[in-house]
Unconditional design. Structure first.
Lengths: 319, 319
């Protein structure tokens, strides 16, 4: 699926337009991470929902679409500090280039700037939705931190993490797009759920790519989750089938501060051999179907057909 | 001046009421820092302005007064990470107890929660003011970071830092209180300026206390600013009077990663001997007078008389 459209070009052009700080470092750090690429899925969701419902985009759609990318950027910046990351999108991560302190504060600025844009171009209903989302993002990341090394993380806990990491922000993007177009309560709720389930599918596939992807495509080293002691869906999906000895081996790997690559490879192979890939893709397809079913109440037009295809593409992108 | 009133008791009681996270760590970190004391000046400013204008507090005043304390808390949390602090208010700072990663994310949660409270109990005008304030707070802290070790920091840059560190949040508190009471544009602007100049005075005195205070009263080690290479008003006020040799000595101290206590003491004594204390108090009094003059347009009642005394108290608190 080709996402490089006129729309993305316009998003790229507008990306740095709404950072007006006098502090040059904010522009520097902000532009470093904003210019590092990414699929701009979040602004696309805002713009497409607004267009799908009212037939066209209005000028106020753009600053709010960009604001959602700023929220994503802020969360990536803080995430890099929290994870002690060194690489993102094939480049040194911002914390390595600028230092943790600068990155934390630039993240704060980006969060506040996004909310400021909403207070200028949006309304209180959007702000309630978006600030609730930022709360859930922080909660999800904290839960992920607390669950590091925990072989017995429940499926519920895992999906709470996925929700905070990806799904709620997708959901808010769709909600904001619908609200921009003056959608009804029912339409806004359906838009929110479309984004939520799209996000679940997206993150579950992202977690699978950490098992089976290659470094260049994924933009960061693979097998990082296991290396950092994070239990994700591919492992959860086959966990029950492991015997005592295999469980002990996985638990040891998760607790290991400097795991050796051979051990990681063994566990990856074990997860794939047991069908972790197929089970994860199956789960993602279920989410995609739930997402797609939310589109039924909307008019049939090229924009909703794009959102339909986008959901399909999330699962099929690498297979 | 006795600040321990019925009002403070109520603020203390309500402080943890508006954190409803399921994630137990947020409650733990949030309560750790919220329970560590502090003068609750920010909620008091909100409540007193609202009461001064409309004669009484309404139920919605409290969640927004608390939201301003949450913003302050979030900024302290991130500040501790940025500074690599180890002590705050006579206790180990949150980053030492819980780790940087947890503290960054809890700060994010507190910021988002404050904005969420504004979307529930406030209005879009307050949100624009408050989110602009959070932007300026991040900018001020970033500028402070960039100016570390810089003997030649301009007075303008120093006050930009002071603005972000303290003054804009005080200003927003007064603005929110006025807006809660349905104040006019002119009243809201005066309230904002009262808070801004009160904040300047407060921070300038805080910077002086780092020179002349004692550890127990200040709640953290003294002479920290010089130790960390931060140039503040007491030094700026006497900078012109230093000869070449003295300047070199101060510059060396500011650049020194492990400055010795004798050298710090020398520079502190030099600043005090040249009149840094008197010049700083004078500057603070000027700010207090500007703050007080903003109150003229408001009715004369016990609440505005309290705000008058509060401004006086800021400079006189330790002398």
């Amino acid at each position: 699926m080709e996402l490089k459209t006129e729309e993305i070009k316009r998003i790229e052009e507008e990306l740095s337009k709404y950072i007006d700080s006098e502090v040059e470092f904010i522009l520097k750090v902000g532009n470093y991470i904003l210019s590092s690429g990414g699929k701009r899925l979040r602004p696309i969701l805002v713009l497409t929902f607004a267009k799908g419902i009212r037939g066209e985009n209005h000028p106020n759609d753009y600053p709010l679409a960009i604001a959602m990318e700023y929220l994503h950027t802020a969360s990536l910046l803080h995430d890099d500090v929290v994870d002690g990351a060194s690489v993102r999108r094939n480049r040194p991560s911002a914390n390595v280039v600028f230092g943790n302190d600068t990155v934390v504060l630039t993240g704060d600025y980006m969060y506040a700037n996004a909310l400021y844009l909403f207070s200028t171009y949006g309304n209180i209903d959007m702000i309630r939705n978006v600030s609730d989302t930022v709360k859930k993002m922080a909660e999800g990341q904290l839960l992920e931190l607390k669950k590091i090394g925990d072989f017995n993380i429940t499926e519920e806990e895992y999906f709470k993490i996925v929700e905070g990491k990806t799904a709620v922000l997708f959901a808010s993007c769709c909600y904001v797009g619908a609200e921009l177009a003056g959608a009804s309560r029912e339409e806004k709720d359906s838009a929110y759920r479309y984004g939520l389930y799209l996000g679940y599918a997206f993150q579950v596939i992202d977690d699978l790519l950490d098992y089976i992807g290659n470094k260049e495509r994924v933009g960061k080293p693979v097998h990082n989750d296991l290396r950092e002691g994070k239990v994700t869906y591919p492992l959860i999906s086959i966990r029950e089938s492991l015997n005592e000895e295999e469980r002990e081996s996985v638990k040891k790997l998760l607790r290991d501060i400097h795991p050796d690559e051979k051990h990681i490879k063994e566990v990856v192979d074990m997860v794939i051999d047991r069908g972790g890939k197929e089970l994860t893709v199956k789960k993602a397809r279920e989410f995609v179907n739930t997402a797609i079913s939310q589109l039924e109440i909307f008019p049939e037009n090229e924009y909703f057909s794009k959102l339909f295809k986008l959901a399909k593409y999330v699962v099929e992108r690498e297979f």
